[in-house]
Design a protein around this ligand. Structure first.
Ligand code: NAP
Ligand code: HSE
Length: 434
């Protein structure tokens, strides 16, 4: 490509500046690997006068999106501004102007990914979004290309750094939830409004994208069952430890008979599970596939340079497609109709913590509630309460059962006189430690 490649950068914040730095710092290497020069031609921002940590020719900055969309010399748009509706409109216009797009925007791709991939394909353009899931970890390329001839059965991922940081600090240092969240915000892992992180929505968006790619089913965000960790009680971390379990906010997607399950929730993992060792803001994705077996991909799920490196891997892929003349072929229509597994088809063992009246016969009543639903116990732990007020703290770990049965058991416990309160319940992923 003699003329070189010009890119338009939409956004010059954390990720945008990282992309600019990588292009500047690795110009020669990129030239050598791709056989052409990559130049940032325009940068879209809100406030061109804002102080930035990077020196840039002020003529590159613009507040007019047309300066990128309508510039015939710009081949690739790198969208790192965030947002949904306006950004969707900009990207559709970019395709109409025959520009390839690389984006880090999981919010947009989870909600409108299929529509945008179709728009790209119709215009013979590429749309790549490696940075939208797990930042610097090349998980989308692994799922789409690395395991292309394999059959992915299940993906289990810690795909939100903020919640992993919060749970790590609560577990290792005994911090309260609010203090751990504040630290995550100070360190810049959390989104501006951390609700999306702590309520599980950020992870849900990433899991919707992964499920779509891994199982070739048109999964929507609405198909993801989501439960977050807002105000997570530190007590459960302590009881989990006594049982050899570690708490993580985990996204799980799996397929059975072409029926898919996608969910995000706080789950207990046995301490020896590889995902239990993932600390702080790091991400990891654990994949079970028929041919390769178990593989795990680990690294920083966010941050300026890690995310920018993922963006640049997509830019390089687009450039290679342009050189070989195969652009616009990156999207494959989903192969299977969407069928979501119902709650009676979703299996798991569960941890249930109760406050129970400490009187003779209580336990028989509790056991009968589980018995009636054919749920058997694997472990039972009764913990003396600090104040002896006639209430016992009881933790039950069940054998595998279904999601609908455990839901019914919790309902029946809640309305029973001997149970003062159902304090919490969590699924256990990966079995109990022996
Ligand atoms: P950021 O630091 O807030 O930067 C956003 C940039 O976009 C700013 O330069 C801002 O301009 C510009 N911008 C925002 N809205 C705009 C609009 N309507 N028109 C023109 N320019 C606009 O965001 P970020 O952290 O870099 O994240 C960017 C994207 O990457 C998001 O989709 C995010 O979810 C995704 N992502 C981020 C990370 C991460 O570690 N940060 C990781 C993975 C994915 P001003 O500078 O003038 O304000
Ligand atoms: N807030 C996100 C996280 C940033 O904590 O993982 C990366 O998407």
């Amino acid at each position: 490509m003699e003329k070189g490649i010009s890119v338009g950068l939409m956004g010059f914040g954390t990720v945008g500046m990282g992309v600019f730095r990588l292009i500047e710092n690795h110009r020669e290497k990129l030239q050598h690997q791709l056989g052409c020069d990559i130049t940032v031609k325009r940068i879209l921002v809100v406030d061109p006068d804002k102080h930035r940590d990077i020196q840039v020719n002020s003529k590159l900055l613009t507040v007019h999106v047309e300066d990128i969309l309508e510039d015939p010399e710009i081949d690739i748009v790198i969208e790192v501004m965030g947002g949904i509706e306006q950004t969707r409109d900009y990207l559709k216009k970019a395709f109409q102007h025959k520009k390839h797009v690389v984006t880090a925007n999981k919010d947009l791709m989870a909600l409108h990914g299929t529509e945008l991939e179709n728009a790209a394909s119709r215009n013979q353009c590429d749309l790549l979004y490696e940075a939208s899931v797990a930042g610097g970890i090349p998980i989308i390329r692994t799922v789409k290309d690395g395991l292309i001839a394999d059959e992915i059965q299940k993906i289990t991922g810690i795909v939100n750094g903020t919640t992993n940081y919060i749970l790590t600090k609560m577990d290792d240092e005994g911090l309260a939830y609010e203090d751990a969240l504040q630290k995550a915000q100070e360190l810049g892992f959390a989104e501006a409004d951390p609700s999306g992180d702590v309520d599980g929505l950020d992870a849900a968006r990433k899991m919707a994208i992964l499920a779509r790619l891994a199982f070739s089913v048109p999964v929507d965000l609405a198909d993801v069952e989501v439960r977050g960790i807002r105000n997570f009680p530190v007590d459960d971390l302590k009881f989990g430890r006594r049982l050899g379990l570690t708490m993580k906010l985990v996204g799980v997607t799996q397929v059975r008979d072409h029926q898919v399950e996608v969910g995000v929730e706080p789950v207990f993992l046995p301490e020896k599970h590889p995902l239990a060792a993932i600390k702080n803001e790091n991400n990891a994705v654990f994949v079970n596939s028929a041919a390769v077996g178990e593989t795990m991909y680990y690294g920083p799920g966010a941050g300026s340079l890690p995310t920018a490196a993922a963006v640049m891997s997509d830019v390089a892929a687009v450039v290679k497609n342009m050189i070989t003349g195969i652009q616009g072929k990156s999207y494959l229509e989903p192969s299977y109709e969407k069928k979501i597994l119902a709650s009676h088809q979703r299996f798991g063992s569960y941890y249930v913590r109760l406050h129970v009246q400490d009187v003779a016969g209580s336990f028989t009543i509790i056991s009968s509630i589980f018995n009636e639903l054919d749920i058997s116990f694997e472990r039972i732990l009764q913990v003396p309460k600090k104040q002896d007020n006639g209430t016992a703290e009881v933790i039950i770990v069940t054998h595998e059962t279904t999601q609908d049965k455990i839901g019914k058991a919790l309902e029946n416990l809640q309305t029973n006189d001997v149970v003062e309160e159902v304090k919490s319940s969590y699924r256990i992923e990966g079995g109990m430690a022996q």
